[in-house]
Design a binder for this molecule. Structure first.
Ligand code: NAD
Length: 480
């Protein structure tokens, strides 16, 4: 085990007790061992749930303003450690410096935001219809919440779950993905250093099948907030609802960017590149499909390919570098097979296409395809790689039909100079996020964020709305 990797249970560092081990190789070269450590067992999860349960009542009855101070303090401490945090994201999951700094800042702001929300936290004083009656409502926490997170945002996704969960007075068991153990520990450390009592956040390093499932199935875990892939999210949603718990599952997308003939093509190209190729396309809101009005398809494709040829690869710590590796060998093989299968089924390769274009590590080159066979996997599955598929559209209506022709519903964007087209688009797309002249990716932490249909089950995350998920209302009537 790399000595500094441990579960954090009841404030103590404890080695996971599993016999199987996880070995993390650097995404940049595929050989350097970044971490090697044992996996947690169901018994480790049991200890974490037990610790969370023991402090649940005292934390529930603490003052919200005090919990807010802790969140704000954690934000300050993370700000002080932001260079270290960004370096961890670069090293552990292969973000570029720009992406790593952006994510760190998002995590800081999320903690700040939920810290500040403490000043608005409370309920309503109602005028009672009964004499001598004092009637009011207040938010109450749910108890122990399980937070299960993916690898692509190791700081900001935990921050957008921990922030509201703690503000509402819940205690938590946090199980991140295995690829980034030190980033996961960092966020717990800043909360501890800001004064969070032991047992309120318990970190368990483990895989999904054992540690994740033990959280999801635990009868004392009142709510599970999951972000990750669709198959896992759907099964977690069924399990938690099946045992009458509360679940929120944010999953993947098959996001589309529409480019109309009246668009500023330079803006449209930047939206496609940023939305589909930054962080090697490993964003739930990343662009998979670019639906272009037929009249400008060739011109757009030429401009796009020219721009892709300028994307800088190299040392991720260098501010100018844009190209990230995929997170691991599994992702690389997956993207490679989806693309090669698509080409074998008739897709035209416009640029990129094979990992050998970059020598070492888990790099897949930025790729553009056209003439997609509607029966191929690339037409339906989330790719989660740096791959843009171009589709022609006759007009706005046919573009909208294509945007909605997927079982996902996370993000969609349109590039147009027409206000009327923009409004018709946002009215018609079946997605949780609808953007105009912006990439499909990107979120503002104080606005609700989430998908519908195959992209999201249960309440949406972020903003103030998510407080409904992490709390219930108590109505109090007092005869005076
Ligand atoms: P994943 O589903 O493989 O894993 C996510 C988390 O769930 C991990 O912690 C994993 O260990 C755990 N897990 C896996 N199987 C489990 C099980 N049976 N029971 C309980 N827990 C289990 O996803 P990933 O590969 O880490 O992340 C990529 C996916 O996440 C993509 O599909 C992406 O679109 C999605 N994502 C969605 C959002 C969003 O907000 N909608 C944000 C980021 C990523």
């Amino acid at each position: 085990m790399t000595s500094d990797i441990a579960n954090i249970i009841d404030g103590a560092r404890r080695a996971p007790t599993g016999k199987s081990r996880y070995r993390r190789l650097s995404p940049v070269d595929g050989t350097e061992v970044l971490a090697e450590y044992p996996l947690s067992t169901a018994a480790d999860v049991e200890a974490a749930v037990d610790a969370a349960r023991r402090v649940a009542r005292s934390f529930a009855n603490s003052q919200a303003t005090w919990r807010g101070e802790i969140l704000a303090g954690a934000a300050r401490l993370l700000r002080e450690r932001q260079d270290e945090a960004a370096s961890l994201l670069i090293r552990e999951i292969g973000k570029t410096r720009t992406e790593a700094k952006g994510e760190t800042l998002a995590a800081i702001r999320l903690l700040e935001f939920y810290g500040n929300e403490a000043f608005r936290y409370g309920g309503e004083l109602l005028s009672s219809a009964r004499p001598d009656n004092h009637l009011f409502t207040r938010r109450r926490p749910l108890g122990v919440c399980g937070l299960v997170t993916p690898w692509n945002y190791p700081l900001s996704i935990p921050a957008w779950k921990l922030g509201p969960a703690l503000l509402c007075g819940n205690t938590t068991v946090f199980k991140p993905s295995l690829q980034h153990p030190l980033s996961s520990q960092l966020i717990v450390e800043v909360l501890e250093s800001a004064g969070l009592p032991p047992g309120v956040v318990n970190l368990v390093h483990g895989d999904g099948e054992v540690a994740g499932a033990a959280i999801v199935d635990h009868p004392d875990v009142a709510a599970v907030s999951f972000t990750g892939s669709r198959a896992v999210g759907e099964s977690i949603y069924r399990s938690v609802n099946g045992r009458l718990g509360r679940a929120s599952c944010e999953m993947g997308g098959k996001n589309a960017l529409v480019v109309l003939a009246d668009a500023d093509l330079d803006v449209a190209v930047e939206c496609a590149v940023d939305g589909g190729l930054s962080f090697a396309g490993q964003k739930c809101t990343g662009t998979d499909r670019v639906i272009v009005e037929r009249a400008i398809l060739d011109e757009f494709a030429d401009k796009l390919v020219e721009r892709v040829s300028t994307l800088v690869a190299g040392d991720l710590a260098d501010d100018n570098v844009f190209v990230s590796p995929l997170v691991d060998d599994h992702q690389l093989r997956r993207v490679e097979s989806i693309v090669s299968e698509g080409i074998a089924q008739g897709a035209e390769l416009i640029c990129g296409g094979a990992p050998s274009a970059i020598e070492s590590g888990y790099y897949f080159p930025p790729t553009v395809l056209a003439n997609i066979n509607p029966d191929s996997r690339i037409a339906h599955d989330e790719v989660f790689g740096p791959v843009l598929a171009l589709y022609p559209a006759d007009d706005l209506d046919s573009a909208i039909t294509q945007v909605n022709d997927t079982s996902y519903g996370l993000s969609a964007s349109i590039c147009t100079r027409s206000l009327s087209h923009a409004h018709r688009f946002v009215d018609a797309v079946a997605t949780g996020l609808a953007y105009v002249n912006r990439p499909t990716s990107g979120a503002e932490f104080h606005a609700p964020f989430g998908g519908i249909r195959g992209s999201g089950l249960g309440p949406t995350e972020q903003g103030r709305k998510v407080l409904e998920f992490y709390s219930h209302w108590q109505t109090v009537a007092m005869r005076l």
